[in-house]
Design a protein around this ligand. Structure first.
Ligand code: FAD
Ligand code: NAD
Length: 367
């Protein structure tokens, strides 16, 4: 009944079914939507509990079942996009026929606005940690084999650690392992690994603890959150990225995505604000990418440069922005993404409005 009422306001409620062979159990989710993909579903199973959360527009459809028999850790997920069907194929531990899939657990078969769902966490293992600047590191985490999770572009996850008996939670934004596909050998198969660029603040609450984790240690990682709509990139011609410090992190996947998937794109420009040259994350990769792809330009702006710096200086300002935000052609379709410390982002949005960009042309990343 609850589902029926909600369906009138939002998308119509999905449903599910299951079937089996001797060795496999397939759970099928009928989303009744066409714009779904492998990002749309997050699957976790732990012991006999099976959990599949499907994100449909701003709603969450949950399947949560105590399985009637044991299954193996690994499984596969398939999406049949044109009919909006998701298939999760589990491997039975024993080749016996199941009479039922299992018993319902908390919130099973619910379809509710995503904002009303709690965050679900699973433990991920620290695989590697690499220095990027004097205070920023590239962390690689591995998802458990019993999890399927892909973080959509522009979204973040939450890390949870217990520090002196208290649970602390902070958001972090996944990046790709590099900006240049040939930069690093892709030794690790993609989907199981998530990369993060994280600045360690020596006086911070959370990041020193994160920095103390040893390879092989675990950190809890939540489902993704965020509100960047990928449809904003359709037919896009000019993409401007304004990043300050670690506010660069959401720009990494945006850059990769835009340069490889948007045929209409004419120009991508990144203005990257930092205190000093030593603070610039992935400077040489950015410069190489600009050299390799003529559609991409990068400009560095320093707020506390040494006397040798002959590039741009200062905080975000009307002069910097009006010079930078030149369209490649008149009336081009434009998107401006902005992320950094709150005063930077707030000031930036004000200046963009003053320059008559509309709110539909601006995406800001905020807490
Ligand atoms: P905090 O304890 O929060 O301290 C940070 C700094 O502020 C320290 O230098 C501290 O000394 C100083 N400070 C703290 N309190 C005060 C005070 N009252 N007065 C003056 N100074 C103070 N960060 C990344 O590195 N990478 C990411 O990908 C990333 N993604 C994010 C995504 C989102 C959506 C958001 C909102 C934030 C993101 N962040 C990211 C920031 C991250 O969530 C943390 O805020 C950051 O790691 C700092 O955490 P901390 O607990 O170590 O430091
Ligand atoms: P930082 O202190 O190194 O500063 C980087 C630059 O930001 C400075 O050089 C300056 O140009 C600008 N800046 C700083 N303070 C400013 C102010 N008061 N007014 C105008 N401009 C200012 O930055 P950091 O330590 O790397 O911090 C990055 C920030 O980005 C953090 O606050 C983090 O929470 C935020 N962040 C947010 C998201 C998100 O919302 N999705 C993602 C990643 C990072």
């Amino acid at each position: 009944q609850v589902t029926d009422t909600l369906a009138k306001e939002g998308p119509s409620s999905p449903s599910y079914d299951w079937f089996q062979t001797d060795s496999l159990v397939t759970v099928v989710i009928y989303t009744k939507q066409k714009d779904i993909n492998l990002d749309s579903v997050i699957v976790d199973h732990l012991d006999d509990s099976f959990r599949a959360e499907t994100i449909i527009k701003d709603y969450s459809y949950l399947i949560h079942i105590g399985l009637s028999h044991e299954v193996q850790e690994d499984f596969s997920v398939r999406v049949v996009e044109n009919v909006g069907k998701i298939e999760i194929v589990l491997k039975k531990k024993e080749n016996a026929s199941w009479k039922c899939l299992g018993h319902p657990l908390e919130n099973h078969n619910s379809f509710i606005p995503k904002k009303d769902t709690g965050l679900y966490y699973r433990k991920c293992q620290l695989i590697s940690k690499e220095n990027v600047t004097h205070d920023t590191k590239l962390f690689c985490l591995m998802l458990p084999p019993s999890t399927h999770l892909q973080v959509p572009i522009g979204q973040h996850v939450y890390f949870k650690l217990t520090i002196t008996g208290t649970e602390l939670v902070k958001p972090y934004t996944p990046v790709s392992d590099s900006l240049l596909s040939e930069f690093k050998e892709q030794v690790l198969p993609n989907n199981k690994y998530i990369y993060f660029l994280i600045k360690i603040y020596s006086a911070g609450l959370f990041t020193p603890e994160l920095d103390h984790l040893q390879i092989g240690d675990f950190v809890s990682v939540s489902n993704p959150e965020g509100n960047l709509k990928i449809s904003k990139f359709q037919e896009l011609e000019d993409l401007f990225l304004l990043a300050a410090g670690t506010g660069f992190t959401p720009m990494v996947k945006i850059l990769n995505y835009a340069l490889t998937n948007i045929p209409s794109l004419r120009k991508v420009k990144l203005m990257f604000f930092n205190k000093t040259e030593d603070d610039i994350i992935w400077r040489s990769q950015l410069e190489k990418l600009a050299f390799k792809d003529k559609r991409f330009d990068v400009e560095f702006v320093l707020s506390a440069p040494t006397s040798e710096w002959d590039g741009k200086q200062g905080y975000i300002s009307p002069a910097l922005l009006s010079e930078f935000l030149k369209r490649s052609i008149d009336k081009s379709k434009v998107l401006i993404c902005i992320c950094g410390p709150t005063p930077f982002t707030e000031q930036g949005i004000r200046l963009l409005h003053d320059l008559t960009f509309s709110k539909y042309e601006i995406h800001s990343f905020t807490a």
